[in-house]
Ligand binder design. Structure first.
Ligand SMILES: *Cc1c(COP(=O)(O)O)cnc(C)c1O
Length: 345
């Protein structure tokens, strides 16, 4: 059987989750009449101490709605240069929202609050672009699943308040950050105007994200979601999977982090420059192959022959992601297979 470490999006709904979906109480959500979705939106909002939530089909849509609430056409969003919002949403902020973006560089995506604060130009007048919001990603995907320091987030919040800027959190994997650090979810809720969270990554739901904010902002987001074609009908079928994921799959993320450590430690032993296990804090292991003779594509092809799927995200950058459909035993097996390949070349 293949061990699929390409992403935590590859999980399939369990029999129990499918049973919950089959039993879901549903209604027409465009009329606001789907009880399962209404409860899910409120539930996620309450988890983070926010007033309201909005279910979206994807994390990209939740991010885009979030930044659209904070930044008007022709205004500016600041984001880290490897942020999902910048690199992996196909220019949606510009294409749909007319939002311009400037980026800062951060080693492994780790937030230094001063970097965006120094770049920010709020109220730039009639000739220059005005900064309106700053986006933070936690955990940081392309940074290698790195976890943001809550002190830096608090400092960013304080600085942004002074400048009159809003903060958006791309919390696709905020659940992993929460489990890795023990930071309460409500703590994140304090610092960000808008937060997007994914149910379809580590939590194992097949589809779905939630955007949370104030009731007033979510009302606006509901209009924009419909405008983008994201108004859905008996979507409680998916909402039930979300409830199941929240009930069962948050605490267990610690196991995914343990599997990532196993992979990182063993691959480090075979090729020390590939990864520093100390830097692996959640469920993502980024492999830097700069000092190997292998390209990421070579490694992925060789691993596939031995039954392990990994992501080749750059010429010399490969990514392994652990999740609930990979056992600890399989993580050990994959670690052995990948270590053997990098050692042999
Ligand atoms: C996966 C992901 C998203 C959302 O992705 P979708 O595929 O649109 O659901 C957003 N941000 C980050 C950091 C992600 O990893």
């Amino acid at each position: 059987m293949l061990i699929d470490l390409r992403s935590d999006t590859v999980t399939k709904p369990s029999a129990e989750m499918r049973e919950a979906m089959a039993q879901a109480n549903v209604g027409d959500d465009v009329y606001g009449e789907d009880p399962t979705i209404n409860a899910l939106e409120e539930r996620v909002a309450v988890l983070f101490g926010k007033e309201a939530g909005l279910f979206t089909p994807t994390g990209s849509m939740a991010n885009q709605l979030g930044i659209r609430l904070l930044v008007n056409p022709g205004e500016e969003l600041l984001a880290e240069e490897d942020a999902h919002i910048v690199r992996a949403e196909l220019g949606a902020g510009a294409a749909h929202g007319g939002i311009t973006t400037r980026t800062w560089y951060a080693n492994r995506g780790l937030l230094d609050a001063q970097a965006p604060l120094k770049m920010a130009r709020p109220n730039a007048g009639p000739y220059l672009v005005s900064t309106k919001a700053i986006a933070v990603e936690d955990t940081h995907n392309f940074g290698g699943g790195t976890v943001q320091d809550i002190g830096q987030i608090a400092a960013l919040h304080a600085g942004a308040q002074e400048l009159g800027l809003a903060l958006h959190l791309d919390g696709a994997r905020i659940w992993n950050a929460h489990i890795a650090t023990g930071t309460p979810l409500v703590e994140y809720g304090k610092y960000f105007e808008t937060i997007s969270v994914c149910l379809s990554k580590g939590l194992g739901a097949p589809i779905g994200s939630v955007l949370i904010s104030t009731a007033e902002q979510i009302q606006r987001a509901r209009v924009w979601r419909k405008r983008l074609g994201g108004g859905m009908r008996q979507v409680g079928i998916l909402g039930a999977a979300g409830h199941f994921a929240l009930d069962n799959n948050i605490a267990r993320l610690g196991e995914d982090h343990q599997k990532a450590k196993i992979l990182a430690e063993q691959i480090h032993n075979a090729l020390p420059s590939a990864v520093d296990p100390k830097h692996v804090q959640s469920n993502i292991v980024g492999l830097n192959l700069a000092e190997s003779h292998l390209t990421a594509a070579d490694l992925a092809a060789a691993a596939k022959k031995s039954g392990v799927l990994i992501g080749a995200l750059g010429p010399r950058y490969a990514r392994l992601v652990t999740h609930l459909d990979v056992t600890i035993e399989q993580a050990r097996e994959a670690a052995e297979i990948i270590s053997t390949i990098v050692r042999e070349r």
